[in-house]
Design a protein around this ligand. Structure first.
Ligand code: SAH
Ligand code: SF4
Ligand code: F3S
Length: 462
């Protein structure tokens, strides 16, 4: 096609929005951030983002490999895309399909082999090559790009325009660290995201300033091991995440900071002090422990014991009493006995979580856990998961109930489902529904909670 030949040589020209990209995001917040950055990068080549797959010229599946279900889902979606592609071909319309994210990294060319629908496969370390790969794929090549890159994957990509950022809302993710060197024996992340890389301070500050300039009020710093972030500060000394948070707190416009996900081993004194001294650092900490049994923690290679975790939480709570703790749990790791599981239940009872995610262990190819003896039968995993989730749900409800009658600062994020309602966010991440008279989007208002909704709180301006 004539227009395509032009587009290949003059990417800017085609920016007249002849092409649309649909990105479907699976997995964690880092994928959400990456999807946004990929759309930004493709915008320079004339792709506008669309919410409708029917009008897409390019479909990207930004995938997750963390559990078997997540990874297999990709192939059922690819099956549907193959059918869509065939219909499109009969209509003479092109639809390219790309797989990005952690399945792309883990399975590479295997994806091309398993699915004829796929034109390109790009792993998380190689997104800076995405625009080029898409151009090549349009010329008819099927490409797999999963090399580990040394450079910052987004550094050389065009930055989003301020107007585009402004349309996105008042909260934003900002990746500061990527990859993991911890090698928990159940986990694929060190293999799919590579080893730990921290972004430099100046880059993070610039991106945060840009977000603030576009009206973002709340920034969540992301990393697989975000509290392992470190870098050289402008003063020439080595900074940790705590120092970085103090620096970001100076940026005008930013009113709230969060970070996720942390590893218990990397909670250092300065980060804990930030929770005491930085008012804009929200009193919420996602600190996964996975199990309450020392035997299982050891087999998981978590590198700490249950008592150390509890002690750490005690310290954090003593300097920030209103902090809400959230966690992740795996039940049915190989060798987990009833007694080990009881240890997990006891730990949960002791911690009192404000929220938590829990999963059945899913053996992942290439991880040490998959090769271990003593795999737990599925029905035992089911039963344990049910018991754990019942307890965690009860704790979550108790935490929410404890907020009724209390007043706190709420960030108004968007319009509600009902016309006269707005939805805000509590310091502890719960949605807070208020009347539209409470304020405008981006405002931080004092709200008194009047009652509980199913997964939200109802409140009024106080
Ligand atoms: N970096 C984070 C976790 C990233 S993965 C940390 O260190 O905690 C998010 C969660 O998925 C993990 O905390 C774990 O609870 C769960 N998970 C990871 N691998 C899993 C597996 N093979 N089976 C079941 N759950 C898993
Ligand atoms: Fe996975 Fe463990 Fe690294 Fe978290 S710390 S990403 S669970 S290997
Ligand atoms: Fe999934 Fe990769 Fe995130 S495996 S959880 S998308 S780091």
């Amino acid at each position: 096609m004539e227009t395509e030949a032009v587009a290949a040589h003059e990417p800017q020209e085609s920016a007249v929005a002849t092409k649309k990209v649909f990105v479907k995001t699976y997995g964690c917040q880092m994928n959400v951030y990456d999807s946004q950055r990929m759309s930004d990068a493709l915008a320079a080549d004339g792709y506008t983002a669309t919410e409708s797959i029917d009008e897409a010229d390019l479909v990207l599946l930004n995938t997750c490999h963390i559990r078997e279900k997540a990874a297999e889902k990709v192939y059922s979606v690819l099956g549907r895309l193959r059918d869509m592609k065939a219909v499109r071909a009969r209509e003479g319309r092109e639809m390219m399909v790309g797989v990005t994210g952690c399945v792309a990294q883990a399975e590479g060319s295997e994806i091309l082999r398993r699915s004829s629908a796929v034109d390109l496969v790009v792993g998380p370390q190689t997104y800076h090559r995405l625009p080029e790969v898409v151009r090549k794929a349009r010329a008819g090549e099927r490409i797999v790009e999963t090399e580990y890159a040394i450079e910052d994957k987004f550094e050389h990509l065009p930055q989003p325009k301020r107007a585009d950022v402004a349309r996105r809302g008042v909260t934003a993710f900002l990746t500061v660290q990527e990859g993991c060197d911890k090698f928990c024996t159940f986990c694929v992340v060190p293999y799919t995201r590579g080893s730990e890389v921290s972004r430099p301070v100046a880059q993070i500050v610039t991106e945060a300033e840009k977000l603030a300039g576009a009206g973002v009020r709340e920034v969540t710093l992301l990393g697989q091991n975000v509290n392992a972030w470190h870098g050289e500060g402008p003063d020439g000394t080595e900074w940790g995440l705590g120092r970085l948070l103090f620096r970001l707190a100076e940026i005008p416009g930013i009113a709230r900071l969060r970070y996720t996900t942390s590893h218990p081993r990397d909670m250092d004194d300065e980060l804990i002090a930030a929770h005491r001294d930085l008012e804009i650092l929200m009193p919420y900490l996602h600190l996964p422990v996975q199990s309450g049994s020392d035997r299982i923690l050891k087999a998981m290679n978590r590198q700490h014991q249950a008592a150390e975790y509890l002690k750490l939480l005690e310290r954090i709570r003593s300097i920030r009493p209103d902090i809400a703790i959230s966690g992740d749990f795996i039940v049915g790791f190989p060798g987990e006995s009833d007694a080990d599981f009881d240890d997990t239940m006891r730990l949960v009872e002791e911690v009192r979580y404000a929220s938590a995610y829990s999963f059945k262990y899913s053996p992942r190819p290439g991880t040490p856990g998959a090769e271990m003896d003593g795999h737990v039968p599925e029905d035992v995993k089911d039963e344990r998961l049910q018991r754990l989730q019942a307890l965690l749900t009860r704790q979550q409800n108790e935490f929410a109930a404890s907020l009724v009658g209390k007043s706190f600062q709420t960030l108004i994020e968007k319009r509600g489902r009902q016309d006269d309602q707005l939805v805000g966010r509590s310091p502890w991440l719960q949605p807070v529904i208020v009347d539209e008279s409470a304020g405008g989007i981006g405002d931080i208002v004092n709200v008194r909670i009047t009652r509980l909704g199913t997964n939200s709180l109802y409140g009024e301006a106080a």
